[in-house]
Design a protein around this ligand. Structure first.
Ligand SMILES: [Fe+2]
Ligand SMILES: [Fe+2]
Length: 276
């Protein structure tokens, strides 16, 4: 079950009402060492996810304490911009793989992110917040992602996905309003799928690289990841405080997901106890 999968790999995810038919994800993610990347299987996953997508609508009667609104709006505005992109660069790189099925997966992945942007926009507006048109953290991620081709783009994207997944998970677990909890939990499940998809692809791409090169890549990836986490925690300090999430716990949550992603991408040795 997706819920069990999510709990096992990424910590508790609140899922109050939905039971999504995402059984494919189990077979896709059971053991990171087995099998090869199958864009056809991932396409099935994304198509299924699209079909079973819940229609989320928010009105102004959501219950968020007034003291939480300003910091939450401020953080969600930044995420909303990050989720909005058209993914032109990623699509261009995907075309270079000469795998039209992978291109379709990327297209559906970008549409899922754009759907998250719509949901976040509704949440922000239901708390009387406004939407931003740009933010420097989004620009910084875009510049970094475009530096060195598809693999770099995916490495950087994964960092943003991990931090986003952990923040949405905090919202799903800490907010009181059941509709907000469900909406964030649904986004978290999508983000888990994205992490698995990108890691699966990276593992295939990194096959054949000498171990030394993989270790150097992992070293620099880890430094970038930790830097991004600390910048995020400083920039979103008030929202984490409002959600009563200690920075140390947030960092641990992100680090667990990062470690899991690195194992899945075969960048670090597989540890049996952390996976079924
Ligand atoms: Fe997203
Ligand atoms: Fe994502």
């Amino acid at each position: 079950m997706p819920q069990e999968f999510a709990d096992a790999h990424y910590g508790e995810v609140t899922m109050a009402t939905q039971q999504l038919p995402r059984n494919e994800i189990d077979s896709l993610t059971a053991d990171p060492r087995n099998g090869t990347f199958s864009s056809a299987q991932w396409l099935l996953y994304f198509q299924d996810n699209k079909k079973s997508r819940a229609d989320i609508k928010f009105t102004n009667d959501i219950s968020v304490p007034f003291s939480m609104r300003a910091p939450l709006i401020r953080s969600l505005q930044r995420f909303q911009i990050g989720e909005t992109g058209e993914g032109k660069h990623l699509r261009k790189y995907a075309r270079m793989t000469k795998d039209p099925t992978y291109e379709e997966c990327i297209d559906l992945f970008i549409k899922e992110e754009q759907y998250h942007a719509l949901v976040l926009a509704q949440i922000i507006q239901s708390m009387d917040g406004t939407l931003l048109s740009w933010h420097w953290t989004d620009l910084a991620f875009i510049v970094l992602r475009r530096m060195l081709g598809l693999k770099t783009e995916i490495f950087i994207l994964l960092i943003a996905e991990i931090i986003g997944k952990c923040f949405y998970n905090a919202c799903a677990n800490k907010l009181d309003d059941p509709r907000l909890r469900d909406a964030f939990a649904l986004i978290v499940l999508d983000e888990i799928g994205h992490l698995e998809f990108h890691c699966d692809f990276l593992r295939e791409q990194m096959k054949g690289y000498p171990k030394g090169i993989t270790q150097v890549c992992y070293f620099f990836w880890s430094i970038l990841f930790l830097t991004a986490c600390f910048v995020f925690m400083a920039d979103h300090k008030r929202a984490l405080e409002a959600l009563t999430v200690r920075p140390r716990d947030f960092l641990e949550d992100c680090s667990r997901s990062f470690r899991r992603a690195a194992m899945k991408a075969d960048m670090v040795p597989y540890v049996q106890t952390q996976l079924p």
